[in-house]
Structure formats: C-alpha cells, structure tokens
Design a protein around this ligand. Structure first.
Ligand code: 3H9
Length: 698
C-alpha cells in the first residue's frame, strides 16, 4: 500500500499529512490509513487537537473519480463514514487547506470542527459538473455555514470561491499569509486551550432558521435553476438536497443526499460527464508532443483583424494579462473594432462580472496599428481575416517578411487548407491553425490545426497559450472543416431535405431541444444570421432551396425580425405560415412528395450522419481519439454534456443500430451522407468500441 498518510506530533497536537499525488484524491488507499490515524489520535489522551493537512500542490481535490462504479468506492471506510467519525471526535479537528478543497475534499473539511486556509486557497463543490451532487454531506453541511442560498449557488454552479470570500461567508475560520501548517497547529492548540464546547457543523442551525420560516426566495432561486438545467438531473437533485438540509432533520437529509448520489453516480448522465472530464485531460496529451517538448515563450500576441472574430480573440489575451497588438487595414476599421471591444467590457461591468479597474487593466493590454511592422515583436500572431485562400496567403506572405524568427504564425481559418497557407511562408514549421469559435472571448473550444510541417514545439506553444487563455484545446489534422465544421456539414446536409419532405422547422428544432441542445438548428441559424451562410454559398456555387429563398425575401433571422421563424418581440421565435407556404412551394417545384415525418426519423437523419463523419475523421487520423471529437462538440457546438458528446452517445445508442439505419437511409435516398464509414461497419460487426479501434490501429 502506498505511504499516503503520515502522522506526526507537534508537542500536544497531532498532525495528519495526506500525500496522494497528483491531487490527493480520496482513494481507498488514502481513506484507510486516514481513518486509522484519526482513530489513534482521537483516543490518545496526550493529543489535545488534530490538524489535517496535505502535501503537494493541493488539499484534497475530491473523491477518486476513477473509483466510481468499482468495488473500491464501496469499500470501508467510505468518506461518509470518515466524516461521521470526525464529528464524534472529542477534541478540536482543524483542516489546513492550500490549493483547492474540492468535492469530497471540502466535505472532509466541513466535517472538521474548524477550517483554516492560506490566502490562495479555493473552496468548492464541483460534483454537479460530473453529473453528481456532493455525496458526503456537502449539501447538508455547507448551508449550515454559509446559508442555504449561497450554498445553493455554490453547489449548482460548481464554481469555487476564494479564501477572502470563504472567510467572509463563514466557510473558513482563519486565513494565514504563510506557514499554513504551523499556524493551523497554533490555531488548534488555542481552541483546545479555550475548552469551549465543540459544536460540529451538523448541530448548527442559525443560518437555516430564517429560510425554514420563509422558503419563498430559496424556492424561487431553485425553480430558476431547474428551468435553466434543461434535461440535466444533477442540478435538480442538488437544489432538492439543499432544501432537505433546511427542512429535514440532519440524519434524514444526509440519507436522502446519499440516495440521490447513488442514483446519479450509476446513471448515464454522470457517466457521460465523467467521460468528458477525463477526455478533456486526455485531449491535452498529443501524440508526438511529449513532456520533453518545451513550448516557446509567449510574452506578446498579435491579432490581424479587429472584426467580431479578431476582436474576440484579442480579448482572450488581454483578459489573461498578455499584451496584444491588433492590426487592421484602416484607422476607421481599427477604431470600430476597439469600440466594440470597449462595449463588450462595459457589458461585463454592467453585469457585475468585471469592475472598472479590471476593465481599465484589460484595455491597457491593447495596442492598435495599421502597420505590419508593429507586429515584429509578437511571439504569436493569429490572423482572423476573410475566409479566402488568396487573402490568407497574402497576409501570411506579409507576416513572413516582418515576424521575428521563432514567432508562431496561426490562422483562425475554419475550414481552409493550413498546409497551403503555410507554403506562402518560408517557415512552414512555425505555421498552424488556431480555430476559435464565436463569440471567441466566450466559447471554450480551440481547434489547434496541425499542418504537415508544423513543429512539435509550435503545437506545444499553442497548447500552453490555450491553457493561459482558459480554452479547451483539441489538436486536429488538416481537412475541409477540420473536426467540428466537417461534422456540422454532415448534419446540415439533411436539414433542408427534411423540410422539403414534410417536417416543419419547429418540429426539427424540438427534436434537438428534447435531446438536450440549448437550441435547434433553425432557431440557431436565425440567431446567427442566415445571410452569412447565404453569402458563403453564393461564393462557393452552392445552394440551399429554403434558406436561399428566405434570404432572397429579406428574412435574415432575428436581426430582421423574421427568418425560419417570426420574431414579433425581436427574440421569441413563433412558427410563420408564410414559411410553411414557402417550403411547400419549394417542395412542389422539385416534385418532392410531402409526408408526415416522425421525430425518430429526424434524429436518425441528422445525428447518425454526424457519428458517421466522426468515424471517417477517426479513421483518417484527423482526430487522435473519439473522445477528442466529443470535446470538440461539447465545447464548441453545445452538444448536451449529459450525453457525453456524439461518439460517446453513439456507443450507448448502439453502433450496430446506427449502421443498420444509415444503410436503410442510404438505400432509400442514395445520398453520400448515409454511406457508412468502413470503421463504423467494422465496429458494428466486431462489437468493439471507438477506443479499442484506435488502440488496435496504433
Ligand atoms: C466527489 O468528490 C464526490 C463526493 O462528493 C462524494 C464521495 C462519496 N479523481 O486537472 P488536472 C487527475 S467527486 C481522480 O490536469 P490541474 C486528472 O485526471 C470529485 N483523478 O490538474 C489528471 O490526471 P492525468 C469532485 C483526478 O492542476 C491529474 O489528476 N472533485 C481527480 O489543472 C491532474 O489533473 C472534482 O471534481 C479526482 N478527483 O487541476 C475536482 N482530479 O495527469 C476534479 C484530478 O493522468 N479535479 N485528477 O491526466 C479538478 O478540478 C482539477 O483536477 C484540479 C487540478 C483543479 C484539482
């Protein structure tokens, strides 16, 4: 058994030091010696108080997620047993917290009599992000310290709070600037000397009483959260459990929390969200870019283009404290772009997520220019100009002439060939794609496109930059549309056909929102503006019968008050008989027989082709693993987290079933979208998983 717990004595104070790298998760091999240490020190009369602290970079960051669903998770002592034991210890127990006390880690601390932290410590219950609720008393103890409303917001958002706020909220009892363990020992000794009766958190009621008397504000907040959580079960369980903490006796509320936890941990949504947790970390491990490959230093960034995309990209750097030079063609365009950036920060200030000082600091990170020579001192330059190869090549030619040696040159292209772009420079090793998603200052996903010549340390630099600007990076290969847009195209192919054959936009959209998407594709198109796709289609000689006709009639979506829907109030979509008539007319022109289309058919004809395209992407090596594709779709396109991404979902749905239905639709329509990918067919025959297929291929 690894040596995960060390017990020492500082005179009359026992110190339990936990050491289970990398994040001190509460694995069985930590829980067992921890319980033994508590039993020994708890009954030793020479020990007057106990401090629990952690070695390494953080306090306990939670239960060991890899144990969930295995017998180890159930083996005694469980975390609830340890917490119950802690509350019975008849001498002060102090948790000394540095780094992050998360999930089960914070629950362990909540079962101690006191909590102290260092100034950088963070405290949170992020279980909801794993499709869970805190399962070891978090929902029952936290409201007793910080009040039910604050607890509700912390537990349902999963967002940690800092030490200063934790102190103000009563979550911690002291914050120390240095020598955490030394100060915690002194604090514990002082509490032992005081000899005041020890009141475990479970016995505190002062913060609960007022809400028990009038739960209306709490219930309103919980109802709001329930509405926003769409199909996710965990946020609803979190809110109910906090309410139980207020209304039920402690033990009853605790038992109800445990029941919720067990239901959720065995459920498909949590499995999907745990898959995403590990997938995100896996995506950062890139074949051929090992830990020995050091990223290049990035002290200043450059962005070409101050339009919606360029401005958003530049904001990411400013937000992370990295100075950024923005280049535009003219002073007017630059001023317009900078004004938009200023307005975006004003909105954040108005919403309260940023203060005036923060806004000023971010704005001070920007310099504007119309002269390429001013980008000469940038360590990374990202172009966000018009999506046309000739324009991109021209920009990269100019960059090649002025960028300093070793500067990383990135294109924010969403589908163009990065290898061709790289060839317009004399340094293709320094060139790659960095595909942001709109709005670029908000959306988490960053597709890092690796060209055939891109140097490993250039990929490492993009990954390191992504981390600094709080993006979720996925490295992908060169192809039309990369991972995300290529699969989107496969999905979109059938949308128009479904309309012509008899489905209504609102029916299709409802199938998507019932699946858990925040919005259906037609409502989404109206929001983004239908004219964008129209312009692109015209430039590339493509057509879309219904969408083109809508644009020709001046229906560009929300911005013109009508598109696939009518927007009487400017925001709420209502079905429009004019659109129904237009679709029927287009179907008539094409001789399409209209019929009733089932919801199931809509799902099959839109989601299955995405999975099919995903399989092609895997087979071609455009994505390194199926889970990378899931990360792209969840973080860039709003694929429901509770479904775990398209490839995870496909395995649950059944690859065999998907192949059979694709074959059916291929036979019925003859369309390429339904031609089954060889990998998918092999998996259907062998019963293997996407992960095993990849291992076999490696
Ligand atoms: C819970 O507590 C349930 C209880 O309520 C009830 C129980 C009965 N387990 O993120 P990083 C691994 S649920 C196992 O890259 P950072 C991670 O996979 C839990 N492994 O580092 C990675 O492995 P690898 C509630 C874990 O510095 C390595 O550690 N807690 C766990 O960027 C480094 O991780 C949470 O949800 C874990 N709990 O961020 C917190 N955590 O190197 C989850 C991490 O092989 N963790 N690993 O890829 C985090 O949010 C971040 O890891 C943390 C550090 C902020 C702690």
């Amino acid at each position: 058994m690894p040596d995960t717990v060390t017990v020492s004595r500082r005179d009359d104070i026992g110190v339990i030091m936990l050491d289970n790298p990398p994040v001190n998760a509460l694995s069985l091999h930590l829980r067992q010696p921890l319980m033994a240490a508590l039993e020994t020190l708890g009954t030793d009369p020479a020990v007057k108080a106990i401090v629990i602290a952690c070695a390494g970079r953080t306090f306990v960051a939670g239960a060991d997620i890899t144990e969930f669903g295995t017998p180890r998770a159930l083996q005694s002592p469980s975390l609830p047993e340890i917490c119950a034991f802690l509350e019975k210890v008849r001498k002060p127990v102090v948790a000394a917290i540095h780094g992050t006390a998360l999930g089960g880690g914070l629950e362990l601390a909540l079962a101690c009599h006191f909590r102290v932290g260092d100034a950088g410590a963070k405290f949170g219950l992020p279980e909801v992000k794993l499709g869970l609720l805190p399962g070891s008393g978090g929902t029952v103890r936290l409201p007793r310290l910080v009040g039910p409303l604050k607890a509700l917001s912390m537990i349902v958002s999963g967002t940690p709070i800092g030490a200063r706020e934790a102190l103000a909220e009563g979550l911690v009892d002291a914050v120390f600037a240095d020598d955490l363990v030394g100060n915690a020992v002194a604090f514990a000794r002082a509490k032992a000397m005081e000899g005041a009766p020890l009141v475990p958190v479970r016995d505190r009621d002062d913060r609960l009483g007022p809400v028990r008397a009038d739960p209306s504000a709490f219930d309103a907040a919980a109802a709001d959260l329930k509405r926003k959580s769409r199909k996710l079960e965990a946020p609803v369980a979190c809110a109910q459990s906090v309410r139980n903490a207020v209304m039920l006796p402690f033990e009853e509320a605790l038992a109800a929390e445990r029941t919720f936890f067990i239901q959720l941990v065995l459920g498909e949504q949590s499995k999907a969200q745990r898959h995403l947790f590990f997938a995100e970390r896996e995506a950062a491990k890139v074949p051929g870019v090992g830990a020995d490959v050091k990223p290049r230093e990035v002290r200043r960034a450059g962005v070409i283009g101050a339009g919606t995309m360029g401005g958003g990209i530049a904001m990411n750097f400013a937000n992370a404290g990295i100075p950024v030079t923005v280049l535009e063609m003219s002073r007017e365009a630059l001023d317009r772009g900078m004004a938009t950036i200023g307005r975006n920060y004003d909105i954040s200030v108005k919403r309260g997520s940023l203060d005036e000082a923060g806004k000023a600091k971010r704005l001070s990170m920007f310099s504007g220019t119309t002269d390429y020579a001013d980008l000469a001192d940038c360590d990374i330059i990202i172009e966000a100009v018009f999506e046309e190869m000739a324009v991109k090549k021209d920009v990269f030619g100019k960059l090649d002439a002025i960028a300093k040696p070793g500067a990383v040159l990135a294109s924010n292209t969403s589908y163009l060939d990065v290898n061709q772009i790289a060839q317009s420079t004399k340094r293709p090793r320094d060139v790659l794609g960095m595909h942001f998603f709109s709005p670029a200052n908000v959306m988490k996903l960053l597709e890092i496109v690796r060209g055939k010549d891109t140097a490993p340390d250039v990929i490492a630099t993009a990954l390191a930059v992504a981390r600094r600007i709080a993006k979720v990076p996925v490295v992908v290969g060169v192809c039309d549309g990369f991972v995300g847009n290529r699969m989107l195209a496969a999905r979109s192919a059938e949308l128009e056909n479904l309309l012509l054959e008899g489905a209504a936009p609102e029916q299709v959209d409802k199938v998507f929102t019932d699946f858990g998407w925040p919005m259906g594709p037609f409502a989404m198109g109206d929001l983004a503006g239908l004219d964008i796709g129209w312009r692109n289609r015209k430039a590339n000689g493509r057509t879309a019968a219904v969408a083109d006709a809508l644009c020709e009639a001046g229906r560009f979506g929300q911005k013109t008050g009508k598109g696939f829907y009518l927007y009487a109030d400017g925001r709420t979509p209502t079905p429009d008989p004019e659109v129904a008539a237009l679709i029927e007319a287009k179907a008539g022109e094409r001789g399409v027989n209209r019929r009733t289309i089932s919801d199931e058919e809509i799902a099959e004809r839109t989601i299955y082709p995405m999975v099919n395209e995903g399989a092609k992407i895997l087979e071609e090596g455009i994505a390194a693993r199926a889970s990378d594709i899931d990360i792209v779709w969840v973080n860039g396109y709003g694929f429901p987290v509770g479904e775990g991404g398209p490839m995870h979902w496909a395995e649950r749905e059944g690859v065999k079933k998907i192949v059979a239905r694709l074959d059916h639709w291929h036979g019925a329509t003859g369309r390429d979208t339904f031609a089954v990918a060889p990998l998918l067919r092999r998996l259907a025959a062998s019963g293997g998983s996407f992960a095993s297929a990849r291992e076999a291929a490696v």
